[in-house]
Unconditional design. Structure first.
Length: 324
């Protein structure tokens, strides 16, 4: 297949990085780039599939800018599955463009999550670290603010004492809770012009606060994100959800495998049982295939999941033995 110089450069990536990713995804195909020509050699069926992947990746690049190895992996998987919309349609529509960089879903699961936020008032994004739960919810919040669909963004998370006591930390209450809220400040800073964020914080258009500060409030015309929701108690989760006001959306994100609370019941676990099936509430499940960090993170998550399942089976067998 023949590509323009610009197309070939965007396809190959830095030091032919994407070409190496494609070779890893298509071991039966030999890829060779020379000038403006990309040659694919191998079994006919494998070459046809690889050509379709290349075309899809180029279309994603045309629509939304540079692509990553995550795109190569996901596009290959979508082409192999051969169902539904094209990979370019699913992956190339950006939520935001920040300093020339497109913020967009990079997996089918992330696209479903983003679409669910558009379609529902309350969405729970549940999945392991690196699946973009909070990042994509933040992008949708900024998009809603820019489109004037909401008047403010509220970001909150529980200030959990994960093995440490807040009282022993130096400084004022604000100093003590700042480490818990810092990831939210960092995320919002990556989504907007750094000069604008302090002004929006000062005016109250963007609010970042511990979950306890939500009690007694009604949150109207707001996009509200509750992060690290696995560390809420059932009572805190109920309190938070009942703050919902007119014209508002809520995104609740968490990883039920990373519980820092010294309690048996997590608000995220409980609400998962109580509210499934309630109209206008959606639970988006993200998995290791949706992790867009280093590929090793996916393997770490899968290994821990397998370990937890094995441990649970052992505990169940032990209980049955004691009962006998």
């Amino acid at each position: 297949m023949t590509l323009s110089g610009v197309e070939l450069a965007s396809f190959l990536g830095h030091r032919d990085r994407l070409l190496r990713d494609l070779e890893a995804q298509h071991p039966e195909v030999v890829f060779h780039a020379r000038g403006e020509v990309l040659t694919l050699r191998g079994p006919a069926a494998a070459v046809r599939a690889a050509e379709e992947v290349v075309r899809e990746i180029l279309e994603v690049a045309r629509r939304s800018g540079p692509v990553s190895h995550h795109d190569v992996r996901e596009v290959t998987r979508m082409v192999n599955e051969g169902r539904g919309p094209t990979a370019a349609q699913l992956l190339s529509e950006p939520i935001l463009t920040v300093r020339g960089h497109a913020v967009r879903p990079q997996t089918r699961g992330q696209r479903a999550y983003v679409d669910a936020i558009d379609a529902h008032t309350i969405v729970f994004g549940i999945g392991p670290a690196g699946t973009g739960k909070t990042y994509l919810a933040m992008a949708k919040a900024v998009q809603a603010l820019q489109r004037r669909e909401v008047a403010k963004i509220i970001l909150t998370r529980p200030a959990v004492e994960a093995g440490e006591r807040l009282g022993y930390l130096p400084g004022t209450l604000e100093d003590k809770i700042d480490p818990y809220l810092r990831p939210l400040f960092d995320a919002i800073g990556s989504m907007m012009d750094p000069d604008v964020v302090p002004k929006l914080l000062a005016s109250g258009t963007i609010e970042v606060a511990p979950l306890a500060y939500m009690r007694g409030r009604t949150l109207n015309e707001s996009f509200v994100i509750l992060d690290e929701a696995q560390n809420t108690t059932p009572e805190q989760m109920k309190m938070f959800l009942t703050r919902l006001g007119y014209g508002s959306k809520m995104a609740v994100t968490g990883d039920i495998t990373q519980l820092d609370l010294p309690i048996a019941a997590s608000g995220l676990r409980v609400v998962n049982r109580i509210l499934r099936g309630v109209d206008d509430i959606h639970f988006a499940e993200l998995g290791s295939d949706d992790i867009v960090r280093h590929s090793l993170v996916s393997r770490i998550v899968d290994a821990y999941s397998a370990h937890d399942e094995q441990r649970q089976r052992g505990a169940q067998q032990e209980q049955r033995g004691d009962a006998g």
